[in-house]
Design a protein around this ligand. Structure first.
Ligand code: SAH
Length: 383
């Protein structure tokens, strides 16, 4: 076969098209410049595209009636509006949905939509594929970091969920996808530039239009980045606390060896606009015999004194080979009672989508209610 290349010839196969949906305004404008749009018009074109892509959820250029035919053709020859491939999509009997998204071959991440009892619901998104943190109870912690997700890839998780829920345009009333939580795979504060750019796009009132107050970023405790997160994004803060003393926390959340509880809480207190209307969420995974004593519940209350906070007790979801068990239901309730008496309302998070293993980061879930029922059944058999 002849292998000489004719460099003057335009190739028959077009260059790979680039994805356009999910880009920030700045990135869209840069693309319009690169495409050769007149310099005075790049912003106007970016705004038009934002409206089609992020307000209407457009998946083709043909319907973009305020953009001339010639430019539409040029756009279609350079970009595509496809979402990343969906490797797997599961819907639970309780309405929870989970997607395994293939951002590129070998780079797969999860997002999970969790409908609330009312019309609202949260999408749990990933910020990295894999993780560097090695928290001992977390399944993602057993996987090496593959890479950071780009801002566009983070936003694409919301586009995919909106497509499935049929919630375009963005002004649709009673949107099911009302909140976003960065509690999927990865440590968002180790990918802060992309997370901040994604939050700009998600909260843009002319686009996807999810308010910053409905976007929560969860961190294992990258203390120096916490105030910066608030300044750059205006998002709500969640802290994966899981232990109230440094020795235990350093064991189960190893980043505590770098930023101990005192350093962490100084950073939390510096989070902008904290007050009763704007509280920090503390997540606390219930590990049997490890962190679930009543003394620890009381120390938790003491630790949070002076910080406007909410507490989420999370029943541990076992995964194959995990070194822990979930605390007994009675223990979780007793722990929660200490918190309730200190003024924290209903802090136990009910696992959802257990039939599709939908908790983020492959946290294969068993409902605490089921385990309580199982336990009662077991007790009945035994006794
Ligand atoms: N790195 C960030 C974002 C990941 S979300 C962070 O640590 O906050 C991580 C949350 O998932 C943790 O707060 C924890 O509550 C939850 N999680 C991880 N593994 C879990 C497991 N096996 N069972 C229950 N919750 C788990």
């Amino acid at each position: 076969m002849k292998t000489t290349l004719d460099l003057t010839r335009v190739p028959d196969t077009p260059m790979a098209l680039k994805p356009l949906a999910g880009l920030s305004m700045t990135a869209l404008q840069a693309e319009m410049e690169a495409l050769g749009v007149e310099s005075g018009k790049t912003r106007m074109r970016a705004r038009q595209l934002r409206r089609w892509l992020h307000h209407f959820g457009a998946t083709d250029f043909a319907g973009m009636t305020d953009i001339g035919k010639e430019l539409r053709a040029r756009l279609a020859a350079t970009y595509h509006l496809d979402r990343p491939d969906i490797a797997e999509h599961k819907v639970s009997v309780d309405g929870t949905q989970k997607w395994l998204i293939r951002f590129q071959p070998g780079v797969e991440g999860e997002s999970v939509f969790i409908p609330a009892v009312s019309k609202t619901g949260a999408l749990c998104v990933s910020s990295q594929v894999g993780c560097t943190l090695n928290c001992t109870f977390c399944h993602t912690g057993t996987q090496k970091l593959v890479r950071n997700l780009s801002a566009q890839e983070i936003v694409s998780q919301i586009l995919i969920a909106r497509d499935a829920l049929g919630e375009w345009p963005s002004t649709t009333e009673d949107r099911g996808l009302s909140n976003i939580v960065f509690m999927g795979m990865g440590e968002p504060l180790y990918n802060l530039d992309n997370v901040a750019e994604a939050i700009d796009t998600l909260s843009d009132g002319e686009g996807i239009s999810i308010s910053r107050r409905r976007i929560t970023v969860s961190t294992a405790g990258v203390a120096p980045k916490i105030p910066e997160l608030g300044q750059r994004t205006g998002a709500m803060l969640a802290i994966s606390l899981h232990a109230v003393h440094d020795d235990l926390r350093s064991e189960i959340v190893p980043i505590n060896r770098k930023y101990d509880l005192q350093t962490l809480f100084e950073a939390i207190r510096a989070y902008p606009d904290l007050g009763n209307a704007r509280r920090v969420t503390f997540e606390y995974v219930m590990l049997k015999g490890v962190n679930d004593s009543l003394a620890e519940a009381r120390d938790l209350v003491r630790l949070l004194r002076g910080v406007p906070s909410k507490i989420n007790l999370i029943p541990f979801n076992p995964w194959p080979g995990s070194p822990y068990e979930c605390s007994d239901w009675d223990t979780i309730e007793a722990f929660a009672d200490v918190l309730k008496r200190a003024g924290y309302a209903s802090p136990i998070r009910t696992p959802r989508g257990r039939d599709i293993f939908a908790a983020c980061g492959q946290l294969r879930s068993e409902s605490i209610k089921t385990s309580a029922a199982d336990r009662r059944r077991a007790a009945a058999v035994a006794g």
